[in-house]
Design a protein around this ligand. Structure first.
Ligand SMILES: N[C@H](CCC(=O)O)C(=O)O
Length: 263
């Protein structure tokens, strides 16, 4: 494998672009190929077998494109399929999981909230991690049903989305959480709306920076970190609508390539 080969990132749709941004910020010399499987979103309502099959399809595409490392920028795909992917593909694979550990360690109230998909919250991997770090912590888990669809449709500011968000936060507000963990890579696109609905003392955390840091560590350890000037623009492929994706990454302003691909 060559240092100049690309990093491959996939998500069930546009949400993983929140992870892409952190990786691109930390590793600007790396060429990145991003797959948005928006046609099959949301993954969070699918069975573990379906999530594995879709994750296999995406990883396979990126491996065939010569990617030197794959980032599963989807909590649902990571918690349901990463063990299988690592067994199946001979390429380093980095996943994303809800940042429960820092929230549990820093919570003063000892009450934290986790907003994630049904697929993530019901996975074995999530339950294991959560049990490990939340011994003396009350965890309020809420399935963000409908939020991925809203972001995929570019409706973050729609009154229906805001009402839904308000309803989903109710159980967490009632228990006075002081940390809200965003356990889905789509949700960082709702941070401005969440800030308006939550008291100031509530810290909102996601896993984007951690994934970027981990990517750098792994590439360095394998001597695969690119140090040459990079002239290739990040390439995004979607199998649905390019508009929302292009808007979220400000494609025009950033000079990123966004194309339609049937995958
Ligand atoms: N971005 C995915 C969304 C899952 C879905 O499509 O439901 C995640 O992090 O979980």
């Amino acid at each position: 494998m060559n240092k100049t080969n690309p990093i491959g990132i996939f998500d069930s749709g546009v949400g993983g672009t929140s992870i892409f941004k952190e990786v691109h910020r930390l590793l600007p010399l790396e060429h990145i190929i991003y797959l948005a499987d928006s046609k099959n979103a949301p993954y969070g309502e699918r069975s573990a077998a379906e999530i594995m099959e879709l994750s296999h399809k995406n990883t396979s595409k990126l491996v065939k494109a010569g990617c030197k490392l794959i980032i599963v920028a989807c909590n649902t795909a990571t918690t349901n399929a990463i063990t299988y992917l690592r067994k199946t593909f001979d390429v380093p694979i980095i996943g994303i999981e809800p940042a429960i550990k820092p929230a549990a360690l820093n919570s003063k109230n000892k009450v934290i909230g986790i907003l994630a998909t049904k697929g993530t919250l019901s996975s074995e991997l999530f339950t294991k991690t959560s049990d490990l770090f939340t011994k003396n912590i009350e965890v309020i888990e809420v399935v963000g049903k409908g939020l991925v669809e809203a972001i995929e449709a570019g409706k973050e500011n729609d009154p229906v989305t805001l009402k839904l968000l308000e309803k989903l936060l109710q159980p967490m507000l009632a228990k006075e959480i002081d940390y809200l963990v965003l356990g889905c890579s789509h949700y960082p696109y709702l941070i401005p709306q969440l800030k308006k609905l939550l008291p100031k003392k509530v810290n909102i955390i996601d896993s984007g920076r951690g994934v970027a840091r981990q990517t750098k560590i792994v590439l360095k350890s394998l001597d695969l970190l690119n140090e040459e000037p990079q002239f290739k623009k990040p390439q995004f492929y979607t199998n649905k609508d390019i508009k929302v994706l292009a808007h979220l990454i400000e494609a025009g302003k950033n000079n990123f390539n966004v194309s339609y691909l049937d995958f």
